[in-house]
Design a protein around this ligand. Structure first.
Ligand SMILES: NC(=O)c1ccc[n+]([C@@H]2O[C@H](COP(=O)([O-])OP(=O)(O)OC[C@H]3O[C@@H](n4cnc5c(N)ncnc54)[C@H](O)[C@@H]3O)[C@@H](O)[C@H]2O)c1
Length: 370
């Protein structure tokens, strides 16, 4: 198969969909790799790194899209890319169709085979191509929180771990899933006193078993949240109700209970946020202040650490890409349930119910079309 890797053109997106190691693995499986000039530079990979493993570098994005049977990307296609995508071409990337009618209509019109990272799903319900980015965002959250707790950054002037003879900071993590667990672990590693709250008792039991001594677990309910945030220096929002908006666990009124100069990092902002006063921010302008509480609500946190994020993402995507390339897209869809669940659209037909429902388009079950 001919596999094309264009340079990402969304603002501030420095990740790339395939590392030179991934290119080598695909080439050894008999495939041809075409990488757009400078596609890997933002993640630390030069054109010559790709050339060394047998990939061809193409100067223009059009040439990459023209030649490829399968396009591998990171972010959803944006306007200048729509017309480059061809009928029958497999596009393997994050799409998040339900958040954009324009993108959905453009991809229907292209008649491409859209396999979305975010809906590839294992039999236990987990989403293997979303997990790595949650791990990155979770581990970043205490780092960002620690930064904005510094006085010069608008915070209280508290060191997360304290020093001997002083109190460490109190960190409250709302949600004990992938983001929350990673956030709690890093905050605890800094030496903070961490409370992790979830409304799933089984999850709390597990966390209580495996987490270090400076992390305590607490049932998530309005009473406990109110008590915990009064003492908190840093609150990290990490809840998710799959397919729904995040519940507002800290309301505008509750925010008034927090100490001046304390910080909230709402990672769940991409699902609307679990803190009522949160609205999405960007890496250029990541924070704002409400009621003396610093709010950090960047919706694409992993974009700030492309060297790590690219490798974390491609570690997870590569086995699927190899299978699609080796078997051919249609056979891979027929024989692998996880990849089949990733299929959102083929030949203009929507095969993922959530996407069809979002815009009241016709839904056709995958098995009817493959
Ligand atoms: N901002 C970013 O850059 C970025 C990056 C990655 C992920 N995210 C987002 O972070 C959020 C969390 O993702 P995840 O992978 O950890 O999800 P997850 O499903 O692994 O974990 C969510 C947890 O929230 C818990 N929960 C649900 N309702 C709750 C409540 N009322 N109180 C307390 N806990 C509750 C669940 O029991 C679960 O343990 C998602 O919205 C995800 O999209 C954002």
């Amino acid at each position: 198969m001919k596999i094309g890797v264009p340079k990402e053109i969304k603002t501030n997106e420095n990740r790339v969909a395939l590392t030179p190691i991934g290119a080598e693995v695909l080439r050894r499986n008999g495939h041809k790799i075409y990488v757009e000039k400078n596609a890997g530079v933002g993640s630390g990979f030069s054109d010559s790194d790709y050339k060394k493993v047998g990939a061809t570098i193409l100067n223009k994005p059009d040439a990459v899209f023209d030649v490829a049977d399968m396009i591998m990307k990171v972010k959803e296609p944006i306007k200048p890319e729509y017309k480059r995508i061809k009928a029958g071409q497999t596009v393997f990337t994050y799409f998040h169709f339900a958040s954009s009618r324009e993108l959905t209509e453009a991809m229907m019109k292209s008649k491409c085979i859209a396999i979305a990272y975010e809906t590839v799903q294992k039999s236990d319900g987990s989403l293997p191509l979303l997990i790595p980015m949650s791990e990155v965002a979770g581990r970043m959250a205490p780092q960002e929180g620690a930064k904005y707790l510094e006085k010069t950054m608008g915070g209280r002037g508290v060191l997360l771990g304290g020093v001997p003879g002083t109190q460490p900071a109190n960190v409250v993590v709302l949600g004990g899933g992938i983001v929350g667990t990673n956030a709690a672990k890093i905050a605890a590693g800094f030496g903070a006193r961490v409370t992790i709250m979830d409304n799933n008792l089984y999850r709390l039991r597990y966390l209580d078993d495996v987490m270090p001594k400076n992390i305590q677990t607490m049932m998530s309910n309005p009473f406990n949240i109110r008590e915990a945030i009064k003492e908190a220096d840093l609150v990290i929002g990490a809840v998710l109700i799959a397919g729904a908006k995040a519940p507002k666990l800290i309301t505008k009124d509750m925010l008034k209970l927090m100490k001046p100069g304390s910080v909230v990092v709402d990672v769940s902002v991409d699902q609307g946020g679990c803190i009522e006063t949160c609205k999405p921010t960007t890496h250029e302008n990541p924070t704002y202040v409400v009621n003396d509480v610093v709010h950090y609500c960047v919706a694409n946190m992993p974009g700030a650490v492309p060297f790590t994020s690219t490798i974390a993402l491609t570690n997870a995507t590569l086995p699927y890409a190899v299978e699609i390339a080796n078997k051919g897209t249609m056979n891979a869809l027929k024989s692998n349930e996880e990849i089949k669940l990733g299929l959102n659209m083929i030949d203009g037909i929507i095969t993922y119910k959530g996407v069809a429902d979002a815009f009241k388009f016709k839904y056709t079950p995958v098995d009817d079309v493959i």
